[in-house]
Design a protein. Structure first.
Length: 143
């Protein structure tokens, strides 16, 4: 019954894990675990303008950083990946159908290893990218 009540409370977007935990005499990490086990959040479709960034706020067993994918235009999260490692990102994008990947026309990121690979032409065929932005030096490169 506790799991049901916790999940019911979490439907209210104004309630945090901490608030629900206090209500049910649980720890915030227990509430987060209940949420993670019960709720599957599916990936949003890839947008025309995709922004990638690494975030150190969440550590996972795979990495000290997670990778967040955001629709640059509507500012909505597309997906949150447990790792920013190049091999993991490549594997992730190859799971997305080519037709969908080709809808991405612009990519913005500041991850140096992606910049290096894109300059060398590696993995660029994952997308039909007409332009990518490298935040660290504000350069724009046409493909």
């Amino acid at each position: 019954m506790t799991v049901y009540n916790v999940l019911k409370d979490l439907k209210d977007p104004a309630l945090t894990f901490t608030a629900v935990a206090k209500r049910h005499s649980l720890s915030a990490s227990s509430v987060a675990l209940i949420f993670d086990r019960a709720v599957i959040v599916s990936r949003r479709p890839l947008p025309v303008c995709l922004s990638l960034d690494e975030v150190a706020a969440f550590k996972t067993p795979q990495s000290n950083y997670v990778c967040i994918l955001v629709d640059y235009i509507d500012k909505k999260v597309v997906d949150l990946l447990p790792s920013r490692k190049k091999a993991d990102l490549i594997d992730y994008f190859y799971t997305i159908p080519l037709k969908e990947r080709k809808k991405v026309k612009y990519v913005s990121f500041d991850m140096w290893f992606l910049c290096e690979d894109l300059h060398n032409g590696k993995h660029i065929r994952q997308f039909a990218i007409s332009c990518f932005l490298m935040s660290f030096n504000l350069s724009i490169t046409s493909m």
